[in-house]
Design a protein around this ligand. Structure first.
Ligand SMILES: *[C@@H]1O[C@H](CO)[C@@H](O)[C@H](O)[C@H]1NC(C)=O
Ligand SMILES: *[C@@H]1O[C@H](CO)[C@@H](O)[C@H](O)[C@H]1NC(C)=O
Ligand SMILES: *[C@@H]1O[C@H](CO)[C@@H](O)[C@H](O)[C@H]1NC(C)=O
Ligand SMILES: *[C@@H]1O[C@H](CO)[C@@H](O)[C@H](O)[C@H]1NC(C)=O
Ligand SMILES: *[C@@H]1O[C@H](CO)[C@@H](O)[C@H](O)[C@H]1NC(C)=O
Ligand SMILES: *[C@@H]1O[C@H](CO)[C@@H](O)[C@H](O)[C@H]1NC(C)=O
Ligand SMILES: *[C@@H]1O[C@H](CO)[C@@H](O)[C@H](O)[C@H]1NC(C)=O
Ligand SMILES: *[C@@H]1O[C@H](CO)[C@@H](O)[C@H](O)[C@H]1NC(C)=O
Ligand SMILES: *[C@@H]1O[C@H](CO)[C@@H](O)[C@H](O)[C@H]1NC(C)=O
Length: 616
């Protein structure tokens, strides 16, 4: 009765103590600071035509300020950096720890040639650009490359004050990469009508580096090094406020190369896309801006991510994001993604397709546009990591953004990806119970970065030398999957299975600790899984709030004061009250064990005895 009263009290206080959505309970927050753990940014994804979207995973790198998020109640550490999500917004890989929790840009899949094997098939790899160290702009950034086993393949230096973190564009079958150059230069201000004066100006350009030779970015190692002075005048700029600390008159943000060896450079503050000769570096033509060379039927302003789509001797098709704005200077209220055709003989530019930002908003900075292999168009609108996918003919198929407005991303991409971590799945097991005869074992399993997991298969052993016994298979549910087995299961392990039950990887065997709160004289002994009849195996997968409430109720009814104190302290009893459920309670909560025949039931030939299904 007393514990029931306590449970009711917690129920009421839990229901009324509503938190600010961006604030975290103290104990959660401390936990996140002391454990290598992540509180992942959540998505709100809406699919309008699931069958028409391209296969693949979402690649994004949440960040807030360039100098890194301070540890406050609002900004939780280890939310930044490269992340992979599936099409439902379920986390596949969190790379915050791999990026030192520093802002990361242009996180994407690249095709990387293998040094020493010219002509061999390029391998898929992950690449992202790591900003300089927190609050230390003089430190260098870097490009980090991971292979598909999440092994650190290499780091490429991004010397501060020479190269920036906008673009890491791998070209020529993975053998070269293009990056944006930025340096501070003293320029005479003749173009601003002040010929006698000089000012420090940010000067742009691009470099090409040789990835087969390792990707060295030093001046001597660059295969191409192009700079704007003498070629792009300060008078081309739309941002000419000389009271800025470092007039960033050009702000180049994307660089691409075509099969003729010429380069496409996008500069936001001149609102111009430049074609630059690969022969001698002269500017062949300008699209847009104050010195535009084309007759065109459209305008653009503050654009990003200009790319070659198709090129022949007379016509170029390019794509780019028409932001329509440079920060607060909004020229076109709704941003859009564009394909335009350039007739470079008649010097005519024609709009082929325009994809409007679905929410009618303005992407005042950042963003990108990606043409997917099936011709769908994927657009990263940057703010709140807002993304959308269109069919080529302009139908909106999907839109999504982070559920909170705490983080943006520089770009977003979608790629097919096969991640096979070289490290094993992470398994945690804990035992709970009030006496030695009625224990249960709770498992939590995840595998950061692994794709294609459909099921988790759990094992236990009677002792360190006995054979392992399968104790259950559950469907993968989210990044982390939980499983509860009746009995004190020890020497436990888990296998990740794909949809055809092939083993993708396995954990090693680990010991399950005795209940931490155990007060009995004699410690409980592990059960022998061979002989212990597991009456049911259930998956702790009820929605968080329901679990919490039902768990509190059940715990209040059945648990002893000792257990109750533990639950109260742990604050997370949602997972641990479940062993007390009768099948009737389970069924009324929407869960039903498919089979209660226990361990000796026939194995997986067509049937999955321990699978738990949600009853709709
Ligand atoms: C999720 O996104 C959809 C589509 O943009 C929107 O209608 C809905 O209100 C959003 N839901 C939340 C909880 O933000
Ligand atoms: C940055 O990189 C440059 C060129 O690679 C190197 O000379 C310099 O020492 C680096 N600076 C720091 C702070 O690491
Ligand atoms: C890239 O590979 C294709 C096919 O293997 C080949 O035809 C082409 O010449 C290569 N391009 C470069 C720049 O190496
Ligand atoms: C980079 O290239 C330069 C010049 O070719 C060379 O001196 C330097 O040792 C190289 N650095 C690395 C890390 O390979
Ligand atoms: C120029 O920039 C300074 C500093 O950001 C600002 O205070 C000023 O209003 C700007 N002037 C114009 C004309 O935009
Ligand atoms: C180049 O592309 C344009 C437009 O797609 C096409 O009309 C033209 O015939 C092509 N020229 C050649 C030489 O293939
Ligand atoms: C152990 O606890 C269970 C559930 O509370 C109870 O049914 C059982 O009788 C207890 N066994 C012993 C030996 O105390
Ligand atoms: C280990 O367990 C097996 C049953 O799986 C049993 O036959 C064996 O005696 C046990 N060994 C020890 C050392 O307890
Ligand atoms: C363990 O499994 C192997 C192969 O299935 C079998 O030969 C052996 O007898 C088993 N050992 C025990 C102690 O059950």
């Amino acid at each position: 009765m007393f514990s029931f009263f306590l449970a009711s009290f917690l129920f009421i206080s839990g229901a009324t103590a509503k938190k600010h959505p961006f604030q975290f309970e103290d104990d959660d927050y401390i936990q996140y600071r002391t454990l290598p753990d992540h509180r992942i940014v959540k998505w709100n994804i809406t699919h309008y035509d699931r069958s028409a979207i391209a296969p693949g995973y979402l690649f994004t790198a949440p960040y807030w300020t360039h100098d890194g998020d301070a540890e406050t109640d609002q900004w939780v550490p280890y939310q930044m950096g490269p992340h992979i999500f599936d099409q439902d917004g379920v986390l596949v890989w969190a790379g915050s720890a791999e990026s030192d929790n520093r802002p990361s840009f242009d996180f994407r899949v690249i095709d990387l040639a293998t040094p020493g094997s010219p002509g061999s098939e390029p391998q898929q790899a992950l690449a992202w650009m790591l900003f300089h160290e927190h609050f230390a702009p003089e430190t260098n950034g870097s490009v980090i490359i991971f292979d598909s086993n999440y092994n650190h393949e290499r780091t490429i230096s991004i010397p501060s004050g020479e190269i920036d973190t906008h673009d890491f564009n791998v070209i020529d079958n993975g053998s070269k990469a293009l990056m944006i150059r930025v340096s501070r230069d003293v320029q005479p201000l003749i173009d601003f009508g002040q010929p006698e004066k000089g000012a420090r100006i940010d000067v742009n350009g691009f470099i090409e580096i040789d990835l087969l030779a390792g990707g060295n970015t030093t001046a001597e190692a660059r295969t191409v090094d192009w700079q704007s002075p003498g070629r792009v005048g300060l008078d081309e700029s739309f941002v000419t406020n000389l009271t800025y600390l470092h007039p960033d008159f050009m702000h180049a943000n994307a660089i691409d190369k075509n099969q003729y060896g010429d380069y496409l450079l996008s500069a936001r503050h001149t609102s111009t896309i430049y074609l630059i000769s690969g022969q001698d570096g002269h500017i062949i033509w300008r699209l847009g801006g104050k010195k535009n060379n084309f007759a065109k039927d459209f305008d653009f302003f503050g654009q990003h991510d200009a790319r070659f789509i198709a090129v022949n001797e007379t016509h170029y098709v390019i794509s780019f994001l028409q932001n329509g704005a440079i920060d607060a200077n909004v020229q076109e209220p709704v941003s859009s993604a564009l394909y335009v055709e350039l007739d470079i003989v008649a010097m005519k530019a024609t709009i082929l397709r325009r994809y409007m930002r679905p929410d009618g908003g303005s992407t005042e900075r950042r963003g990108n546009m990606q043409t997917l292999p099936n011709t769908n168009v994927f657009v990263g609108w940057s703010w709140d990591s807002y993304i959308s996918e269109f069919s080529a003919d302009g139908r909106l198929l999907m839109e999504a953004k982070f559920s909170s407005d705490r983080h943006d991303t520089y770009r977003s991409y979608k790629f097919p990806w096969v991640g096979r971590p070289s490290y094993p799945p992470t398994l945690l097991s804990e035992s709970y119970g009030v006496n030695g005869s009625e224990l249960s074992t709770v498992f939590h399993v995840s595998w950061n970065g692994a794709t294609d997991i459909e099921y988790w298969r759990f094992f236990a052993q009677a002792n360190s030398t006995s054979n392992r016994t399968e104790i259950g298979i559950v469907q993968k549910e989210g990044f982390e999957t939980s499983f509860i087995a009746r009995g004190f299961m020890d020497w436990v392990s888990v296998e990740a299975l794909d949809s055809s039950m092939e083993v993708l990887g396995a954990s090693s065997s680990l010991r399950t600790p005795r209940p931490k709160y155990w007060t009995g004289e004699t410690l409980p002994k592990p059960d022998d899984p061979e002989t212990f009849l597991v009456a049911y195996s259930i998956k702790a997968a009820a929605p968080r709030d329901t679990e919490r409430l039902v768990g509190i109720f059940i715990a209040g009814l059945f648990s002893s004061a000792v257990v109750w104190t533990f639950f109260w302290y742990r604050h997370t009893l949602k997972r641990y009250g479940l062993r007390c459920y009768s099948n009737a309670v389970l069924a009324s909560a929407g869960y039903l064990p498919v089979s209660t025949t226990g361990l000796n039931s026939p194995n997986l030939e067509g049937e999955m005895p321990f699978l738990v299904e949600k009853v709709e």
